[in-house]
Design a protein around this ligand. Structure first.
Ligand code: AMP
Length: 282
């Protein structure tokens, strides 16, 4: 596996692959990899001849009071895991490589898509995500880029960005990978102490409950959300930020479930902010 730290190295290697006529997949990550990330790498390997992973804790998507400094990092371990998936190249730049002195050009979704759900409490988050993802797409120029449904709002906003800016890449959404007890895998799960780890199950239990109600035929968003909220509320360590039902493409709030739907939540367990969701399509 090639370890690249500069944009020039990535471009040289991708140009060589292009000469060979092979297809290229990209999996952007912030590292501290787990099986959720690795599932994206495996999809990349199945659908593209060469897969590139980026490992970069992107400063522009963290707010001033968020966990940028504390965010877990272990690049050696990440490389060992990536190597096992057959990843062809990992791009691991310093912040200065992607954000040179005087950097002032951002990509922003200027709509409610980026202001609802997580955007309410993380106002600059999706601007940071769109900016870094568009840079990575320009640098790697992949045929396909792979993102997890775990970050469903991010996926919808990236799909919109690619459409709005006419980017020549296919965005592939991949299913949420969970721990055996249901907790969605996340690099932030290591912040949880044993008691909080147990309490965190209220998110996936609420997802399961919501899915069950929908499967039983319930289409009233309020009824579904109330049941999910009550389940999470019963957990003393949980502090709900939001549980919402929105249109899966526009992220506009909905009263009744029809078409493509996203039911998403953000919940604090102690000091750790966790997200989970399910999508549903009629
Ligand atoms: P992150 O390193 O948290 O920025 O995540 C990098 C990519 O991995 C994003 O596309 C995430 O949606 C995806 N991802 C993270 N956790 C999971 C998971 N549990 N299942 C599937 N994809 C995930």
């Amino acid at each position: 596996m090639i370890i690249a730290t500069t944009i020039a190295e990535v471009r040289t290697q991708v140009a060589e692959w292009r000469r060979q006529g092979v297809t290229v997949g990209l999996v952007p990550t912030m590292g501290y990899l787990h099986e959720g990330h690795l599932s994206l790498l495996l999809s990349g390997g199945a659908q593209c001849d060469r897969t590139v992973a980026s490992v970069f804790v992107n400063p522009t998507q963290f707010g001033p009071n968020e966990d940028f400094d504390a965010y877990p990092r272990d690049f050696e371990r990440d490389c060992a895991l990536l190597e096992r998936t057959g990843c062809a190249m990992v791009f691991h730049p310093e912040a200065e490589e992607l954000y040179p002195d005087g950097f002032c050009t951002y990509v922003e979704n200027d709509s409610d898509m980026a202001r609802v759900l997580c955007g309410r409490t993380r106002p600059i988050h999706f601007r940071g995500v769109c900016t870094v993802v568009s840079k990575l797409l320009h640098i790697v120029t992949p045929d396909k880029a792979f993102f997890g449904q775990k970050d469903a709002q991010q996926l919808a906003i990236i799909r919109r960005m690619v459409r709005d800016l006419s980017m020549d890449v296919e965005i592939v959404g991949c299913p949420i990978v969970r721990e055996p007890d249901g907790l969605a895998k996340s690099s932030r799960n290591i912040y949880l102490n044993p008691q909080e780890r147990q309490a965190a199950l209220c998110l996936s239990k609420a997802v399961t409950l919501g899915q069950k109600l929908v499967t039983e035929g319930q289409r009233d968003a309020k009824t579904i959300l109330s049941a999910m909220l009550a389940l999470i509320d019963a957990e003393p360590l949980a502090q709900i930020e939001y549980v919402s039902a929105v249109d899966g493409n526009t992220l506009a709030p909905i009263q009744r479930l029809s078409g493509t739907v996203l039911v998403a939540m953000a919940v604090y367990i102690g000091k750790t902010r966790l997200i989970d969701n399910f999508s549903w399509e009629e």
